[in-house]
Design a protein around this ligand. Structure first.
Ligand code: SAM
Ligand code: FES
Length: 342
């Protein structure tokens, strides 16, 4: 395995067969983690970037089979934040040292092109030194362009899986693999810093589908990659499935860092949910971003993508205090910085 890891470190790409071998074989992971950590240190040092996550809506018109806020879930509690509430979250976040705000939500038709343009423009007017990231699902080219022109800097759209058949297992027939991929290409073309990503050990995922995910990353070269374990939600058809494992997620984080050294790579909330030290271990395996929650406390439980999500009971200030300690104890430092792609 050392040979393959060295090759990946040197060339930043592998053949599909090589990816498969690296992903399926069990081998001690300590060396791999150390290498990934070293690569990340060379580029980003000890710095950890924070992104203030504002979950603007739990309404969604899609019915992704794995997701707790899919439209078919009658038990999901729905809410949407007003422009004023979103701006209040930014105000709190700015005072706490956040220089990136991530507006994420289900694909909620209420958040039209015009409404989001208005909100993004206002955030950028009030906080010109801050980056705005959007994560609002699939929209048409013109909408993405208008949001970019209003000042949005980055867009997160996980591709979920780079294998069409697997995509169709995870999504209803109304959703299209091609369209999701096209959206990612459009976002790149417009000039966003783009994030793709996937869930680790989602139902139906295989070594082959993962090899395709890794190839997509080495071809698309997105500025960000978001991966976290799949975690079942009680109101979905995948409720009996097992969650993705810590070990597999850490291994994939480290491989992504070696394949794409400059990538902005979060240690996700889902990783912190499956293991109490998940995010710290993620940083040690090559991640360099954390995304604490800035949503108002009273809506947090309603943005329930998966069961037992952490950090749903704390205020933003408590969350960031706790994370700062965790990050420092792991040997890193949270910085007040936009944290752009280097
Ligand atoms: N609607 C936007 C979109 O589709 O990109 C953004 C919100 S969506 C809820 C954000 C991400 O949550 C998805 O891309 C998916 O990977 C992740 N997610 C959803 N359900 C999950 C689950 N059960 N376990 C882990 N992650 C999940
Ligand atoms: Fe739309 Fe999950 S199904 S956000």
């Amino acid at each position: 395995m050392n040979e393959l890891i060295n090759k990946l470190e040197k060339n930043h790409k592998l053949s599909p067969q090589e990816w498969k071998r690296l992903i399926e074989r069990d081998f001690p992971l300590e060396d791999l983690f150390q290498k990934a950590n070293h690569v990340r240190h060379e580029i980003y040092g000890n710095d950890v970037y924070i992104r203030g996550l504002i979950e603007i809506s739990s309404y969604c018109k899609n019915d992704c089979y794995y997701c707790g806020i899919r439209c078919g879930n009658q038990n999901a509690e729905r809410y949407r934040l007003s422009k004023e509430q979103i701006l209040e979250c930014c105000e709190t976040g700015e005072a706490l040292g956040f220089r990136t705000f991530v507006l994420q939500g289900g694909e909620d038709p209420f958040f039209t092109r015009e409404r989001v343009t208005d909100i993004v423009s206002e955030i950028k007017k009030r906080y010109p030194e801050c980056a705005v990231t959007l994560s609002l699902g699939e929209r048409d080219f013109e909408t993405y362009r208008e949001w970019f022109e209003a000042g949005a800097d980055r867009y997160l759209l996980r591709h979920e899986t780079a294998d069409r058949k697997h995509y169709e297992k995870l999504h209803p027939p109304q959703m299209s693999f091609e369209h999701r991929m096209q959206c990612l290409r459009n976002l790149k073309k417009i000039g966003y810093q783009v994030g793709c990503g996937f869930m680790v050990e989602s139902p139906g995922q295989t070594t082959e589908t993962l090899a395709k995910d890794m190839q997509l990353i080495t071809e698309l070269r997105p500025e960000m990659v978001g991966i976290g374990p799949f975690i079942p939600h009680q109101d979905t058809k995948f409720k009996e499935e097992s969650p993705g494992s810590l070990e597999k997620t850490l291994k994939l984080l480290a491989l992504i860092r070696l394949a794409h050294p400059h990538v902005l790579l979060p240690a996700t909330t889902a990783l912190g949910t499956i293991h109490p030290q998940g995010r710290e271990l993620g940083l040690k395996a090559g991640a360099n971003v954390v995304m604490p929650n800035l949503s108002p406390k009273d809506v947090r439980k309603k943005y329930s993508l998966y069961d037992n999500k952490i950090c749903t009971g704390e205020e933003a200030a408590e969350c960031i205090r706790c994370l700062k300690l965790r990050v420092e104890n792991a040997g890193y430092k949270i910085v007040e910085d936009r944290g752009d792609y280097k």
